[in-house]
Write a protein that binds this ligand. Sequence first.
Ligand code: GDP
Length: 365
Amino acid sequence: ALTAGIVGLPNVGKSTLFNAITQAGAEAANYPFATIDPNVGIVEVPDDRLQKLTELVNPKKTVPTAFEFTDIAGIVKGASKGEGLGNQFLSHIRQVDAICHVVRCFQDDNITHVSGQVDPIDDIETINLELILADLETVTKRFQRVEKMAKQKDKSAMAEYEVLKKLKESFEEETPARAIDFTKEEMEVIKSFHLLTIKPVLYVANVGEDEIQNPDENQNLQAVKEYAAKEGSDVITVCAKVESEIAELDGEEKEMFLEELGITESGLDQLIKASYHMLGLATYFTAGEKEVRAWTFKKGMKAPQAAGVIHSDFERGFIRAETVAYDDLVAAGSMTAAKEQGKVRSEGKEYIVQDGDVILFRFNV
Ligand code: GDP
């Protein structure tokens, strides 16, 4: 399963945020894919459409979809020099599919900052530089192998050589790979390098508890937003301390608390949605009388693959997918009405599943 890794310097609020994630926790029994590991937190994906479908179908139970965050602790500075824990830090980042980079934007004199003062850009650059240096080493090693072959006019080696040159130049300017525009062909080559700085990043600005209503007044947050925009990354704002309090509340209690705070959506919910999006994930639904359920698939998946998310038998024996777009189903008011209006289509194995599809898979056992 795809996972987003949480990184950040010490004392920025990572553990507080990760605790909120595990507190809010999904029922692991519902998710057989779930990794049993104290560094992994499963979260349910908030989705208003699930509520609406439940009203339409009136099932015995409703199950949201879920995915995983991985807490990547460990020292950061000097990581690229490959010493002890530093090496481990990098290898953990290599295993995740996207990065949530927590940045301290809150002031609190009681909480020591590793470099003595709150400076989010300096913090971001400290981590990013370690990752860039590690990638530079990867690229340099690769260079040595490819150079000779490129000189002998080996076509694929020549293509690789050009990409490596482009990467090396940008790393030397301390620009991460994700900030560079590559063609589709170049991206194919880059995939095989397993670079750290090609992974998408979401900056998670941790602001003070008195700032969540008007976060934009926080100058540190503004600086992070400007920095992120330059490399094409997104930023969300949370107050980790408040999130850990919200995570202990359920349904109505949670809504009342949010109202008191003057916000409509918790930072954690925003983090979940933004990370889901960053990982290239989307949701389809199954809606039977027994169960209405959301399922996660990777955008671009064809119907049999998406069916395999439910069970490998569904993929192996796939015949067709009877599918209706969520909006069409809701507009029609019921599955029967949607069928009468011709909104329910029968799709074959080449069909590319869309976010919001409500699907009944037909398969051979
Ligand atoms: P980590 O080292 O990045 O995992 O940081 P922690 O989550 O352990 O947080 C370090 C300290 O900062 C703890 O004492 C937290 O209670 C505190 N902290 C975390 N988030 C906030 C926040 O939003 N506001 C304030 N005032 N303190 C926070």
